[in-house]
Design a protein around this ligand. Structure first.
Ligand SMILES: *Cc1c(COP(=O)(O)O)cnc(C)c1O
Length: 372
């Protein structure tokens, strides 16, 4: 039997909540959407949340809602899932990649300044694996250069920087509820903010740019399309699943951190394995657990033999500019030496709340044996 690198945890309580909505009158744009948004705000400690049909949609709306004109530039990391760069391209904006730190694999804030031009309008940063970026420094660069901050926290629901949860720093912070993430709604995502105007604009953009909510439209036929919006709405039965999953989030996070600790301790004495570095002013949310293999090892052959022995390893991530679609940006990989080096040696090992201690021990043994 294979131990996957990640998987959801859905119980009977979750299923009952979904079924209740399916039997009700409102299966989309109803009360469960507000309730899920309130639950996210309460957990994060922020003012506003807007849930949508995917994390990628949330990123698209983040970029669109800030009104950044076409052909402007946004600084971002190449060491992530392609969704963040795609969101920029949907809006006609040029992604400008900056290399990453060798310890946390987050964007290297020290290297951002040299990428700023008169066309730069924002920084779109990603809390890799659930480790928050250096937000103090990012806020400083953003302020000095009058840039927006967009945070891709698809990995970081529940993570903290200097004791404050992510979702309270950037102009807009995005979360994903894909089954491998901290909580799931099947597909789904959210944007959170403390800016009321942005919240209102995003709520219109997720529903064809129309200025009245379906509830408001019960009593009038009048409404107005103010923006070129899309249908990025989440259904109420997904929101019901989200609300039910939120009740377990603290427990899920606690277990993720517990498993990460077991891995940390197990690999401490293995000089061929270096786990992701964790800075002391953060709480890591551990969406994934990644290890760097020694330069003397072949990541691809270790990947293959672990797969063969039933360990669901993965590689996060193929640098965005490696994908053929991004060829037109004419990126030279040699300009990103840290990203290239980390990509060649990184491995994601299984981590999800439902994983038993026994599973964890199996992974540890197999990994240690395979690198030997
Ligand atoms: C999962 C993920 C996304 C996209 O989320 P979807 O809900 O799958 O669209 C974006 N960025 C990162 C870093 C992710 O891991």
């Amino acid at each position: 039997m294979t131990i996957p690198y990640s998987r959801q945890w859905i119980d009977d309580q979750d299923i009952n909540e979904v079924v209740k909505v399916l039997r009700s009158d409102w299966i989309t744009t109803g009360k469960k959407i507000d309730e899920f948004e309130e639950s996210l705000c309460r957990f994060i400690g922020c003012h506003f949340a807007s849930v949508v049909n995917s994390g990628g949609s949330a990123l698209d709306l983040a970029v669109q809602s800030l009104g950044i004109p076409k052909n402007m530039e946004v600084i971002t990391t190449p060491f992530t899932f392609l969704a963040s760069s795609a969101a920029l391209l949907y809006n006609g904006i040029i992604p400008v990649f900056t290399d990453i730190e060798s310890g946390t694999f987050n964007i290297d804030v020290e290297k951002i300044q040299e990428k700023i031009t008169e066309k730069t309008r924002a920084i779109l940063f990603v809390d890799y694996a659930g480790h928050p970026c250096d937000i103090d420094k990012l806020e400083k660069v953003a302020k000095e250069n009058n840039l927006f901050l967009i945070e891709d926290s698809a990995h970081a629901l529940g993570a903290e920087f200097n004791g404050t949860k992510v979702g309270n720093f950037a102009d807009l912070t995005m979360f994903s509820f894909h089954p491998v993430k901290h909580i799931t709604t099947g597909e789904g995502g959210a944007l959170v903010t403390n800016n009321r105007e942005l919240k209102q604009k995003i709520d219109m953009l997720r529903s064809y740019g129309v200025d009245k909510t379906p509830t408001e439209r019960v009593s009038t036929y009048k409404f107005d399309m103010k923006y070129l919006g899309k249908n990025y709405r989440m259904t109420d039965f997904q929101a019901a699943l989200g609300i039910s999953q939120m009740k377990k989030l603290d427990r899920f996070l606690k277990r993720r951190i517990e498993i990460a600790k077991m891995y940390d301790e197990a690999f401490e004495s293995n000089s061929l394995i270096t786990p992701q570095q964790v800075k002391n002013n953060v709480k890591h949310a551990y969406h994934i657990y990644t290890i760097l293999l020694d330069k003397s090892l072949s990541r691809d052959s270790i990947f293959a033999s672990l797969k063969k022995s039933g360990i669901g390893v993965n590689v996060h991530f193929i640098p965005v500019y490696h994908h053929s679609y991004f060829k037109f940006l004419k990126i030279n990989p040699r300009d990103f030496p840290v990203t290239e080096d980390v990509f060649s040696r990184i491995l994601t090992i299984p981590l999800y709340p439902k994983m038993s201690d026994e599973d964890v021990q199996t992974v540890i043994q197999q990994v240690n044996n395979t690198v030997k």
